[in-house]
Design a protein around this ligand. Sequence first.
Ligand code: AMP
Ligand code: ZN
Length: 142
Amino acid sequence: MSCSDRDPDCIFCKIVAGEIPSHKVYEDDDVLAFLDIAPTIQGHTLVIPKCHCPTLIETPPETLRKVAAVIRRVLTAVVDATDADGSNVLQSNGACAGQVVRHVHFHLVPRREGDHLTLGSRQSDPVEDDLAARAESIRAAM
Ligand code: AMP
Ligand code: ZN
């Protein structure tokens, strides 16, 4: 399947449609950013195109350009709001690469000196966080 308006079985399409709740930090006509429900570190945010594109290769360049601009804007706010020292932007394509949700997405992960996160295969345990308060602090930093 290439990029289309919506896949009725896709959990991220359901978030875009408001059928599943999420903690949104940014939204425009084409792109949505929301907190990961199982963050590897406080502030772990996902950025997705609103149209259903399974992987990066199937995502039109024009859509990727819009997503990239939002990644930069939201990452700035995430780093600011979490007082981070740096960040990772991670993206996987296909189950063999660790992609679980087949709607292209970018993980924005704020990093602190000495946080000892291991992100290669995303095996880090989820951390507890108040997602509503975290989303508000990131929105406020934007
Ligand atoms: P990946 O393994 O790269 O496909 O990442 C999928 C990410 O989506 C994981 O980090 C999940 O914690 C996250 N996730 C799954 N369901 C939800 C949801 N309903 N709201 C927010 N994040 C979610
Ligand atoms: Zn989708």
